[in-house]
Structure formats: C-alpha cells, structure tokens
Design a protein around this ligand. Structure first.
Ligand SMILES: Nc1nc2c(ncn2[C@@H]2O[C@H](COP(=O)(O)OP(=O)(O)O)[C@@H](O)[C@H]2O)c(=O)[nH]1
Ligand SMILES: [Mg+2]
Length: 236
C-alpha cells in the first residue's frame, strides 16, 4: 500500500527540519508500507520553503510542494491531490500529536475505516494544554454537537488518515481551505455515513506559552462558528 503523509507548514523554520528528521526515522522503523512525506508550504515568509526543499533533495521519501493558495486546508488538499496513494494522512508540522499513534492511524484505514482521527477526548489520551485551550476545544465540541448533532468528538485534531474513497468522494465537496478544512471533511463524512474511528493520542502543544500570538482564538472561534452555521444550512 502507498501512503501519502502531508505536513502542512507555514512559517515553521524553527522546527521543520528536526521534526521531518524525527518523522523520517520513525516511519523507517515503524511503517512497512511504501510511504512518502509531503511538506506543503504556501507563502511562508521565513525559510520554511528552503528548508523543505533541502530535505527533499537529501531524502527520497520527502517531497516538497508549494501550494498556490493560502491556508492549511489548501496545503493538505494540494499534497493529497498531487501525490496519489491508497491512504492519505496529515499531521501538524509541530508534531503536537505524538507520532507514536501513526501506525494505529494507518492500521485503522487498512482495517476498513474510511476516516481515522486522533482524538484528545478519549480515555486513553494524554493531553497537556492550557486551561484556556482545553475550554475552547470543549466549547467547539459542544457547538458541533448542538448545531450539527456530530458524534465525533475531536473534529479539529491535526492528525488524520483517510481512505481513497473519502479522497475521491468527500474531499471534492469540502469548500473550506483554511482552519475549518478538516473539520468540514469529518462532518461531511459522518453525515454521509462513512465509517469513522477516533483513536487515543498523546497531545502536547510544543508552542504552548511561547508563541501565543500565532492564532487569535477569538477571531478563529467566530470564524469556526460562521463555518459551522454555513455548513448546517448546506446540509439541510
Ligand atoms: N501550508 C500551510 N500550513 C499552515 C497554514 N496555517 C497553518 N499551517 C500549519 O498547520 C499546522 C497547525 O498550525 P498551528 O499553528 O500549530 O496551530 P494550532 O496547533 O492549532 O495552534 C502547522 O503545521 C502549521 O504550520 C497555512 O496557511 N499554510
Ligand atoms: Mg500546533
């Protein structure tokens, strides 16, 4: 089986090289399939693209793509669309989700799931996060339950794998190309009756407390709400 592992990266010069090397080592040791890591940048203003290009030159399992359009979703979509596979994964480049869960993520799709998601809400998960981030993530989960009756608990977790079927049938219907992209993918897949499984993960934001300004949680929250309401209308 062929696996495409997308790593969306925007202004990640500080951590990209170390994390790709870490991932390369882990995949070499733990994956038996034919896998490739696709670093997907779009318009980083730091050295992210240069670092990724360099890694791609030095390691045949690493590819670099420059997705044209801005946004995390656009980058993941481009990586998946340009790198044909049997199983498509993505994970945040900061490796907030511990990569030890990657074999289970892939095994889930192999076992017949259409979508496998890392979840920070399962009994077996370990999450170290600020109280504020934990609260926001619970509020978001509640919104998805109330407005969309969603059963999946952790739609936005940056650690997912999809089958070829989802890529062909659901991905083209996902409209958002930013932060809401993978939540939308999960929601559409659940509503269309695809098989979805959540797996426990160890989660730690490496930037917690350091780079607080990277995302403005309030404007992001408002944007999420707008997206959820729009999607609710679309699903009716
Ligand atoms: N290519 C690309 N990646 C992005 C963009 N925005 C965010 N990312 C990546 O998406 C992942 C999650 O972002 P992060 O800042 O860690 O968000 P947080 O964990 O929710 O605070 C990281 O790997 C980022 O580099 C974007 O516009 N383009
Ligand atoms: Mg992060």
């Amino acid at each position: 089986m062929k696996i495409t592992l997308a790593l969306p990266a925007y202004n990640e010069e500080k951590i990209l090289k170390d994390n790709v090397l870490k991932l390369l080592e882990f995949c070499s040791k733990n994956l038996t399939d034919d896998w490739q890591i696709v670093v997907a940048d779009n318009g980083s203003t730091d050295q992210t693209a240069e670092i990724a290009q360099n890694l791609a030159q030095n390691f045949s399992a690493v590819k670099f793509i420059a997705a044209g359009q801005r946004g995390k979703g656009a980058a993941i979509r481009a990586a998946w669309e340009q790198n044909e596979a049997d199983i498509y994964c993505f994970m945040d480049a900061d490796l907030a989700t511990d990569i030890s869960a990657l074999p289970a993520l892939i095994a889930g799709v192999k076992a017949g799931q259409d979508l496998v998601i890392g979840s920070r809400f399962l009994a077996g998960s370990k999450v170290s996060r600020s109280l504020a981030r934990k609260l926001i993530s619970r509020i978001y989960r509640l919104i998805l339950k109330i407005l969309l009756n969603l059963k999946i608990n952790d739609a936005p977790c940056g650690f997912k794998a999809i089958s070829r079927k989802i890529k062909e049938k659901v991905l083209p219907q996902v409209q958002n190309n930013g932060w809401f992209f993978d939540s939308e993918l999960v929601i559409l897949a659940e509503k269309r009756g695809y098989k979805i499984k959540e797996i426990p993960v160890v989660w730690k934001d490496p930037r917690e407390g350091l780079d607080k300004s990277r995302v403005d949680v309030f404007s992001l929250g408002r944007e999420y709400l707008r997206q959820v309401i729009g999607l609710r209308r679309r699903l009716r």
